[in-house]
Design a protein around this ligand. Structure first.
Ligand SMILES: *Cc1c(COP(=O)(O)O)cnc(C)c1O
Length: 371
């Protein structure tokens, strides 16, 4: 266990209202597959300006449902960035598809649309854009590429619920958008996820997939009969989790503001230092899931801060460098992602991190860089 005064890089923000919402469900008739699930789905849709929401048991399941709904299968290629959590690529593998890694932009570490275009082959079916650190990708450029080549555009928005691009909310920017509600993410349900889309048919396919492929009409009928129409899973989210998510959503605006305030404070402290910050796109409303800095001698800085009780972390090792992926993919090289990986460090950022702690972390960090 870490020491009691250890500051993690991220943590949940739970209110008394959240706790009460969960308790209320525990006293109700429905613990799962009840009314809270649809209410949570509708609330996320209303907030993000999309038509359909499919709540599932985690963000990885959301990505899997999305890949299944668009029909990814053996032989299909899906282009995605290497600087992401391994789940993004795993979701493609689950269906026998091939992840193809497109390098990131030097300054934002977001997937580079030019690299995406360069990697398109007759087998390419989809692009997964990852809103790294909570900043939306260049969706206009990606949409244009997807449309010109007849590809699906999927957003891995596990970092960016609450962010926006040119005034449009994340959730409305891709054909399918996947969220995670793990405790480190913008809102939490413990474990949880959701896919949002404007496409009714895709939504229906995902609802079926999350429940064993069972036809959706059966629970509206009186009898015992049901049919299994396609392959499926048990990827359901409970009413307990949905009630927590619904309540968490109410304070999302405040928690995103708190994260923005912390990011500004760090940013102001690092002006004039040797610390390199990621660029911010002019049109981005940032969710600041991560506050990523780039430093020389990253490992030494990491060690000094960990010793001081600051839970810095590294997001991410390029996915294709993991042993399993090395065995699967031949000799991928994304130079910008690799250079970034040697230098990146995530500093703590979460609602509930005090100004005094931000200042203390900033000082410790700067002195570790100069040490
Ligand atoms: C967290 C995360 C996921 C997976 O979400 P889980 O809810 O942990 O399954 C996928 N992609 C990215 C970029 C993530 O950060």
């Amino acid at each position: 266990m870490p020491p009691p005064d250890f500051i993690p890089y991220a943590r949940q923000h739970i209110t008394e209202e959240d706790i009460q919402a969960v308790v209320d469900v525990l006293r109700s008739d429905w613990l799962t597959t009840g009314p809270m699930v649809e209410r949570f789905e509708q609330a996320v849709c209303d907030y993000r300006g999309t038509r359909h929401g499919v709540a599932v048991c985690n963000g990885t399941a959301a990505l899997h449902c999305a890949m299944h709904a668009i029909g990814i299968g053996p032989g299909d290629e899906v282009i995605l960035p290497p600087l992401t959590f391994v789940a993004t690529a795993n979701a493609v593998l689950y269906l026998g598809g091939t992840p193809v890694f497109a390098d990131v932009e030097e300054d934002t570490l977001l997937i580079d649309p030019n690299e995406v275009e360069r990697l398109i082959t007759p087998k390419t079916r989809a692009i997964i854009a990852v809103d790294y650190a909570g900043q939306p990708c260049d969706y206009d450029a990606l949409r244009d590429i997807a449309d010109r080549h007849g590809l699906w555009l999927v957003a891995d928005a596990c970092h960016s619920l609450g962010a926006s691009y040119k005034g449009r909310p994340v959730g409305s920017l891709a054909d399918l958008t996947c969220f995670s509600f793990h405790p480190v993410k913008p809102i939490t349900t413990g474990e949880g996820g959701m896919v949002v889309t404007d496409d009714a048919q895709l939504a229906e396919a995902m609802r079926r997939y999350r429940n064993h492929g069972i036809d959706l009409e059966h629970h509206r009928r009186q009898g015992w009969g049901y049919d299994v129409l396609s392959e499926g899973r048990n990827y359901r989210l409970t009413d307990i989790q949905s009630a927590l998510g619904l309540s968490q959503l109410r304070s999302l605006r405040q928690t995103v503001e708190a994260r923005n305030a912390i990011a500004s404070r760090y940013g102001a402290r690092f002006v004039g230092s040797s610390v390199r910050l990621l660029s911010r796109n002019r049109h981005a409303g940032h969710a600041w899931h991560l506050f990523v800095v780039r430093v020389a001698k990253r490992d030494e800085v990491f060690q000094r801060l960990r010793t001081a009780g600051i839970g810095v972390n590294v997001h991410y090792r390029p996915v294709y460098q993991f042993s399993m992926y090395r065995a699967l993919t031949d000799n991928v090289i994304c130079p910008r992602a690799e250079r970034a990986f040697a230098e990146i460090l995530s500093l703590p950022v979460y609602a509930g991190l005090s100004t005094a702690d931000v200042d203390r972390i900033a000082e410790l960090f700067l002195s570790s860089v100069d040490a």
